[in-house]
Write a protein that binds this ligand. Structure first.
Ligand SMILES: Cc1cc2nc3c(=O)[nH]c(=O)nc-3n(C[C@H](O)[C@H](O)[C@H](O)COP(=O)(O)O)c2cc1C
Length: 328
């Protein structure tokens, strides 16, 4: 029996194998961010071919954090019915359903949001150059509540899991990173203080969710930019995530995005191993995996517990069922 085909418990739920579809934005939602039937078919098709965990694309918790037009939203109660249809379609196929909740912080523009752009500090975003205002402490409290309300909507819609986005240069990554967090209040100034706001969001969400809902965190393990976050700091942060009740750590890149150019497929596996040495919750590694053999080898070498397969699943909805058959 292959490792890829083995079940994995997640809180009170079970993944039927170790293959996950990581969040990938379709830019197909309505202007308000509502789900459309094409999205249901898109996710159900992958779930129906044995993917064990389907994580829906980044969905904004407040309109000031919309990253791009036609992005999925989870910022108001009217969206719950549409999201419930998505969760149901995935679960009917035997997969666990998750949704990624996010705020873009300074990695968006007023043109996209129609509002002032803000981030942890008034410094240009390192990859977009956008110049934000600094969030006030009162705004951050409000935003933390937006994350909580979004997570509760996901739970109400029937999702098995909620994933908080802390990667790819978005808001919570901006708080963790010394490149974008120059605050002088309790939320900046040292590694510990830079971690404070993301951890407050995690704790508030965990406390609000019921005991059956799985909480995941997508962690940008390395900013891939000079002076940015590296695995030393992010592995220490992973320990705190586990302490605050995160059930699964989903690894990706930080400011520099989700791929390491010129690196071999499976390029975040060494980061996965470093984090796995420090935490006992499952660790998911995504990035460049194309073949079932590589997925199996990453699992067997102990670098990850779950393999995320992104672009290959976009190309071939049957990737997971074919991989499991090939390894059996
Ligand atoms: C079209 C597209 C959209 C993406 N959207 C998201 C997203 O919404 N949230 C996220 O965390 N990652 C997003 N990603 C990154 C993927 O989750 C994944 O980490 C990346 O594609 C690398 O894995 P792969 O080599 O298996 O494709 C996106 C990637 C692609 C190709």
């Amino acid at each position: 029996m292959s490792l890829l085909s083995r079940e994995l418990p997640l809180r009170h739920k079970v993944m039927r194998n170790r293959i996950a579809m990581p969040p990938m934005a379709n830019r197909a939602a309505t202007e308000e961010g509502a789900a459309v039937p094409a999205l249901i078919n898109h996710y159900a098709a992958r779930a129906g071919e044995k993917v064990a965990l389907v994580i829906l694309e980044h969905s904004f918790v407040h309109s000031s954090g919309r990253a791009h037009p036609a992005q999925l939203a989870i910022d108001n109660d009217e969206l719950v019915d549409g999201l419930a249809a998505l969760a149901r379609a995935i679960k009917e196929q035997g997969a666990l359903s998750a949704i990624q909740i996010t705020h873009a912080g300074s990695k968006t523009t007023s043109e996209v949001t129609g509002q002032a752009t803000a981030g942890p500090s008034a410094v240009p975003h390192p990859t977009t150059g956008n110049e934000p205002r600094e969030f006030t402490a009162a705004q951050l409290t409000q935003l933390r509540d937006n994350f909580v309300q979004a997570a509760l909507r996901a739970q109400k819609a029937g999702f098995d899991a909620v994933e908080i986005h802390g990667a790819h240069g978005y808001l919570l990554n901006q708080f963790l990173s010394p490149l974008t967090n120059r605050r002088t209040d309790g939320y900046g100034g040292s590694e510990e203080k830079r971690a404070k706001y993301p951890l407050e969001v995690v704790s508030a969400v965990r406390e609000a969710l019921n005991e059956h809902t799985v909480l995941m965190f997508r962690l940008g393990v390395d900013d891939l930019l000079p002076g940015g976050l590296t695995i030393e700091a992010t592995s220490r942060f992973s320990v705190l995530l586990e302490e605050k009740g995160v059930d699964l750590i989903d690894i990706s890149g930080g400011m520099g995005g989700y791929s390491i150019v010129d690196e071999k497929p499976g390029y975040f596996r060494t980061h996965g191993r470093a984090i796995k040495e420090l935490v006992s919750v499952p660790v998911m590694v995504t990035g460049g995996v194309k073949t079932p053999e590589l997925a199996e080898e990453i699992l067997s070498s102990g670098d990850a517990d779950i393999i995320g397969v992104g672009r290959e699943l976009l190309k071939n909805p049957k990737w997971a069922s074919e991989a499991l058959r090939k390894l059996s």
